[in-house]
Write a protein that binds this ligand. Structure first.
Ligand code: FEO
Ligand code: CA
Ligand code: CA
Length: 535
């Protein structure tokens, strides 16, 4: 173990991690110049924090010098209409107003609700209509206005932009599935739910991903084929019809990371958060034209969906021809897969027929803005003995996101040796560091093989230089929570982060395991969004 690593683990005063001093700063400068993602971004001087130790405290614990403000929590009124912030906040995405890093809109996903804290139901209760409405309303997403005033991040409820998109909002379907038999002819569907992570488009709209949709669809008696899609919303324009892009396939979508091929077409990388599930990418038929603004949304309606065959290092096109060729001896399957719409609706099934590699719960995928390698968080897969997960790094041939061949390596592995377990959402800073949050199931915290990790946390992992692949803990979440959806402001002076499901294992309202965010008058834990400052 080298001296730097040793001191870091020892937690001495000398252990502050200074990435800038490793030469990473210089690298980042040249790389950032080449990258379209960070064109307008001022590079920060480098990280400088003393990593924290794992913690079981019922709070968000940060390194010394950093602090957090609670911006919004479940149930808070977000606008003048009295709309309220949904439950289990997840992905966050900051949209600056006039390029400001102190005033902007924040999109926040709401992933699922809670029997105890939202429905107010007991186990095995049959839900009333009112409870079903609550389940639907408290999922989806929120657009809120945020600003930094008097040294604090706050929500501005007077904003004309603040609104809710929920399980009750009407959506358009786009792409080959629209109006097809596979969705019983639907061109419009009701609502979005199970919104896990997402992504920002090159034209400044928002993609949000429907993940474990089955529970809510069943509870509400809705058609399951209408969920499990990637949706698009323009936070600045409520006239932009919210839509589901079926060309991106239907599965347990985690996130959607957008980039460009070398010839200017749009690429979207996506993971399917399920055990033994595949990695996908979509490439648009036409090229991106910046001046078209949000009309570029059309690019997500036509193109090719590919699935990764890791053994062959190949992206396999998910066309109806390829799928039918692969199942040509199976009459039952041939009856199910007749059109491209069938392939898209049952994408996870079709992927396996044509050689898609089953992997260990692929959650977030992110494109490195520096070298265009693609990072994939594989959270874990107990059925493969992979209890702590790993992060894979894909290298597309010729550094072209449009390549149909690639190679890969294991970038970092979860476990006691690295200090993290169950990597989930990923994001980059402009110094080339990968930030990851962890998702150890609440029921396993502080127990057995997960004991040393304590509560879920957030880690920083340099992707180049001498500390490459080493994880440094930056935050620890409240009891039974998961930190989700980190997003920086453009100047990287603030980081938004969701605190999801604190106190999730509470048995009753009188036996609470967490009371985060500990606001005066609160009688239960509330998922919410914090803003971290001190960078
Ligand atoms: Fe919703 Fe894949 O975590
Ligand atoms: Ca997630
Ligand atoms: Ca997760």
């Amino acid at each position: 173990m080298d001296r730097r690593k040793f001191l870091t683990y020892m937690g001495t005063g000398a252990a502050a991690l200074t990435v800038a001093s490793t030469g990473l700063g210089a690298f980042a400068e040249t790389a950032a110049a080449k990258s379209h993602m960070f064109e307008n971004k001022k590079k920060v001087s480098g990280l400088n924090f003393k990593p924290i130790a794992p913690s079981a405290k019922d709070d968000v614990v940060l390194p010394s010098g950093y602090k957090y403000d609670v911006v919004v929590a479940y149930g808070d009124v977000i606008n003048k209409n009295g709309d309220t912030f949904g439950f289990n906040s997840d992905y966050t995405c900051y949209f600056p107003i006039n390029d400001s890093s102190q005033e902007g809109l924040l999109w926040v996903n709401h992933e699922y609700t809670s029997q105890l804290f939202v429905q107010g139901a007991k186990k095995n209760d049959k839900y009333t209509n009112k409870q079903i409405e609550k389940i639907l309303y408290n999922q989806g997403g929120s657009v809120i206005k945020v600003h930094y005033v008097d040294g604090k991040w706050k929500m501005d409820t007077t904003s004309k932009y603040a609104r809710r998109i929920s399980g009750l909002t009407p959506f358009l379907l786009t792409g080959a599935v629209r109006g097809s038999k596979a969705v019983s002819g639907a061109t419009k569907v009701q609502g979005t739910f199970a919104n896990c992570s997402g992504g920002k488009t090159l034209w400044n709209t928002l993609l949000s991903c429907e993940e474990n949709y089955e529970y809510t669809a069943r509870d509400a008696g809705l058609d399951e084929t209408h969920y499990g899609w990637v949706i698009e919303v323009d936070p600045f324009d409520d006239k932009f019809s919210v839509r589901k892009h079926t060309a991106l396939g239907r599965f347990h979508h985690e996130n959607a990371a957008m980039g460009l091929t070398n010839d200017g077409r749009v690429v979207v990388y996506m993971g399917d958060d399920k055990r033994d599930a595949c990695i996908y990418k979509f490439i648009s038929k036409d090229k991106y034209v910046a001046s078209r603004g949000t009309n570029n949304s059309k690019l997500l309606e036509e193109g090719t969906l590919y699935v990764a065959n890791l053994g062959k290092g190949r992206w396999e096109p998910m066309t109806i021809e390829n799928v039918r060729e692969a199942i040509k001896d199976d009459k039952e399957l041939l009856a199910k897969f007749q059109t491209q719409a069938d392939v898209l609706v049952y994408a996870d099934e079709a992927a396996k027929f044509i050689g898609g590699t089953p992997t260990d719960r692929p959650e977030d995928l992110e494109i490195s803005p520096f070298d265009k390698s693609v990072f994939v968080a594989h959270t874990n897969n107990s059925s493969h003995g992979n209890f702590h997960g790993h992060i894979t790094r894909l290298f597309e041939d010729k550094d072209d996101l449009g390549s149909l061949t690639f190679n890969f390596e294991i970038f970092a592995a979860g476990g006691r040796q690295s200090g993290f377990s169950a990597p989930d959402n990923l994001t980059f800073d402009s110094s080339g560091n990968l930030w990851t949050v962890t998702d150890i199931s609440s029921s396993k915290h502080n127990k057995g093989i997960y004991e040393s990790f304590k509560n879920n946390g957030m880690f920083v992992i340099p992707t180049t230089g001498e500390n490459m692949g080493n994880a440094y803990q930056f935050a620890s979440g409240p009891v039974e929570s998961e930190l989700t959806g980190p997003s920086f402001t453009p100047t990287e002076t603030s980081l938004f982060l969701s605190v999801q499901h604190p106190g999730e294992e509470s048995e009753s309202l009188t036996k609470l395991t967490s009371k985060w965010p500990h606001r005066t008058g609160d009688n239960m834990p509330r998922p919410g969004v914090i803003a971290i400052t001190g960078f």
